[in-house]
Write a new protein. Structure first.
Lengths: 196, 580
């Protein structure tokens, strides 16, 4: 089967160590994670992972079953790009003089819908969001004009046909509120522990 | 839902709710509530508060002091395998915890219900490279079904309840709970112990889909040449009776995996032997002849399937398994029947049309005759002066009648024992199947005996594997486990030597292993023993071993360069199985 981009969306308990357990499933099979995002979901106490990989459907299906086997994973879905609405965010630090002097750069930033986040005498920070290809293209262009720094966030995605699980999630939370996470009070309080 | 340990009715006095107790007491209270009466462990700095509390629980919990933490967890595995209950092991932080890793990996791949409790440094020292600190939760996460670090004593009752629930339900597996020393010492208001029977993100067994059961029945009823292959799932699901009714109503020939051994008695007329690399001739060949392959509680390990693209390609596959991740993992399934086989088998049996498949079964018997002629007869009744491993097992069968628990290590002796040992009842075969852990045998046999103290427990071990964990002779010495150790000594790392002979032009590279005087070694542990190298002594030596009241070591010298056949060589198809 041919490899293509798949986005894996999973819902988990908000437990310490989940990222490790999930990423082990990929690294054990020597599969590279292209991007990984964790965030709260619309339901309190339940976390949402969005993972982007390039693999065949067969492999992705097996991966999802292994992921769902984890005790603290509620559900794992995998989708192709056409089943999703997705975004990636990027920040660009560009020298202020370049933006001032080169009309092309200004136009470029407008074209890509970049917003100004910070303006300083020496640099300006722009933000943009979109698909990977657009961001890549803008990055490529800006590199020619002295791009100082660039960072791109992980893919976040919404499944077009995902109304079903939302209800179920809310049901879960209603029936059984998530347990409170016990933090390590010592690590939180004792600053001297980590001082060198 | 499969619960391995449903009926723990033993009443033991426990601490009442609303009392102030320590985290350590809470751990031991949890064990008692979960019906645990035997723990294998080794103390150390970070787990000392638990051992201190254990001092007052001596009458309720039997603690077996092993000689190495790996021995402790293998013993817990052996215990779980013969008793069907959760095996428990204690270890301290750092090296104590890392010594558990081999056993955890073994228990994970062989689905043993295990709960390990490890001590950890004070929470205030986490991440500081403290003495005997190791990141055990991260080290063990790929080899545990679940693990968790406790830093606050109030969490202990609920976390342990969860640990036992996860270990024993669904597809069982090992769970590790790491408890920092401050949490063990911390006093808190104990609210009593509540067993866990539900975790919202965890579904032990998938819901059985009736339409799949019906589709499977339809396929099976239409089959001309149905063939059942079964694994440990039948034992873990306590579905031995349901399984027997299923194959008897359908008249199916049935073959076992290594892990499924003893789920169906060896002498059952429809039992056609063992699958896999060193399994029997007929079931391997017929895998590529059958029209419907019915796999029950097994996971199509590569040692079972041989070359996958030539495995049962002609057959439609029905796969019954509790773990959805096993469906289609290695072999594409025509109809998957997700669920606990204790639940799915009776539903399937009810839909079966009783069929006479005796002609088809006869084909297995014909191939079996061929194997007997080419391999088995000579292995069990050799004419040369040198003894074979097979004949030792044959005589053992005659003396035990197939009623003993057979524990094996890993290698040639393991394959010979699995091929020839006779089993009359379930939970009688304890072996490291998936991980192939040399050194598993001796400690696992100790645990197996505690799990079934009224049965004969015979540890069949090679000269190589025995030397990996022989320190556990000390455990036998101190606690009197009546384990019979049968060392089959061929003065080689036999299985590796066999491969070097067959596939590496006999370039014997570090397979020549020397051994100490095992009998003298046993004597130094105050254990009786004997060594024989002459066939005429075999029967009486085995009789003496079995009759001995206590641990015993018998070393039998066997042929140095004997090979285990049949064999499905790596990269070949099951139907290309070699008889010599």
């Amino acid at each position: 089967m041919e490899k293509q981009e798949f986005t894996i969306t999973l819902y988990t308990e908000n437990a310490i160590g989940m990222i490790g357990r999930i990423s082990n499933i990929f690294s054990r099979r020597k599969i590279n994670i292209e991007s990984l995002n964790t965030s709260p979901s619309e339901v309190e106490g339940i976390h949402r992972f969005t993972i982007l990989i390039t693999e065949s459907e067969d492999v992705v299906r097996k991966l999802c079953r292994q992921i769902e086997k984890q005790v603290e994973v509620l559900k794992a879905y995998f989708n192709t790009n056409d089943e999703l609405i997705w975004q990636e965010q990027a920040l660009y630090k560009v020298p202020t003089e370049v933006v001032n002097e080169k009309v092309y750069v200004e136009r470029l930033l407008r074209e890509y819908g970049a917003n100004v986040v910070v303006i300083r005498p020496d640099y300006i920070v722009f933000e943009t969001a979109g698909h990977r290809e657009e961001i890549d293209k803008l990055t490529q262009e800006l590199t020619k004009y002295g791009l100082i720094e660039f960072v791109r966030g992980a893919r976040i995605a919404i499944i077009k046909a995902s109304a079903g699980f939302h209800e179920k999630l809310k049901q879960f939370e209603q029936q059984e509120p998530a347990p409170e996470i016990v933090e390590n009070e010592f690590l939180d309080q004792q600053d001297q522990v980590f001082t060198m | 839902m499969s619960t391995l340990e449903k009926t723990e009715t033993k009443k033991t006095q426990t601490i009442a709710a609303n009392t102030q107790i320590s985290g350590s007491q809470a751990v031991l209270e949890a064990l008692i509530h979960e019906g645990v009466d035997t723990v294998f462990g080794y103390p150390g700095g970070a787990i000392m508060p638990i051992y201190d509390a254990l001092y007052d629980y001596n009458d309720k919990i039997k603690h077996i002091l092993v000689r190495h933490e790996q021995g402790g967890i293998h013993a817990a595995q052996g215990f779980a395998r013969t008793s069907g209950r959760v095996g428990v092991a204690f270890a301290t932080s750092g090296p104590g915890a890392t010594n558990l890793v081999t056993g955890l990996a073994d228990a994970m791949i062989d689905s043993n219900p295990i709960v390990c409790i490890t001590g950890q440094v004070f929470a205030s020292l986490l991440g500081t490279d403290a003495f005997q600190e190791t990141d055990v939760v991260n080290i063990t996460s790929p080899v545990t079904k679940w693990n968790y670090q406790v830093t606050d004593a109030t969490e202990i009752p609920a976390v342990l309840a969860k640990a036992f629930h996860i270990a024993r339900t669904g597809r069982p597996g090992p769970v590790l709970i790491d408890i920092t020393k401050n949490a063990q010492m911390q006093l808190f208001d104990y609210e009593g112990y509540e067993k866990c029977n539900h975790i919202r993100s965890y579904r032990p067994a998938p819901i059985v889909r009736k339409e799949y059961v019906e589709a499977a029945a339809e396929l099976i009823n239409a089959a001309k040449k149905p063939f059942v292959i079964f694994g440990q799932g039948v034992i873990l699901g306590k579905a031995e009776q349901e399984f027997k009714e299923f194959i008897e109503k359908g008249g199916f020939p049935a073959a076992t995996t290594v892990m499924g051994l003893s789920a169906l008695e060896t002498d059952h007329p429809q039992h056609v032997g063992m699958l896999g690399m060193h399994g029997n001739y007929a079931p391997n060949v017929m895998t590529n002849e059958c029209d419907v392959l019915i796999a029950i509680g097994m996971r199509f390990d590569d040692r079972v399937t041989g070359r996958l693209d030539k495995y049962a390609k002609q057959a439609k596959v029905v796969h019954l398994d509790i773990d959805p991740a096993e469906i289609d993992k290695n072999v594409k399934t025509t109809v998957p029947v997700w669920g606990d086989c204790k639940e799915t088998l009776p539903q399937l049996t009810a839909l079966l049309t009783p069929t006479d498949h005796s002609e088809w079964l006869q084909k297995f018997r014909e191939l079996e005759q061929e194997e007997i002629k080419e391999v088995i007869y000579n292995e069990l009744n050799p004419t040369s002066d040198i003894m074979t491993m097979g004949e030792v097992i044959r005589v053992l069968n005659e003396l035990t009648g197939g009623n003993a628990v057979i524990v094996t290590d890993v290698g040639q002796h393991q394959m010979v024992a699995c091929r020839y040992a006779k089993f009359n009842s379930s939970k009688s075969n304890v072996t490291s199947g998936g991980l192939g852990t040399m050194g598993f045998g001796l400690p696992a046999a100790i645990g197996a005996w505690y799990g079934a103290p009224d049965r004969d427990v015979i540890a069949i071990i090679g000269d190589g594997g025995f030397q990996m964990t022989l320190q556990e002779l000390g455990t036998i010495m101190q606690f009197g486990a009546k384990v019979k150790i049968l060392i089959l000594n061929n003065e080689f790392l036999g299985m590796v030597r066999q491969w070097q002979q067959l596939f590496h032009d006999k370039r014997y590279s570090f397979v020549n292993i020397t051994s100490p005087d095992f009998v003298v070694l046993a004597k130094s542990y105050y254990l009786d023993g004997n060594k024989i190298s002459d066939r005429k002594d075999l029967e009486s030596a085995l009789k003496t071993m079995l009759a001995h009241d206590g641990g015993y070591l018998l070393e039998v010298m066997v042929g140095k360069e004997n090979n285990v056949f049949p064999m499905v060589a790596q990269g070949t198809s099951v139907s290309e199985i070699r008889l010599k």
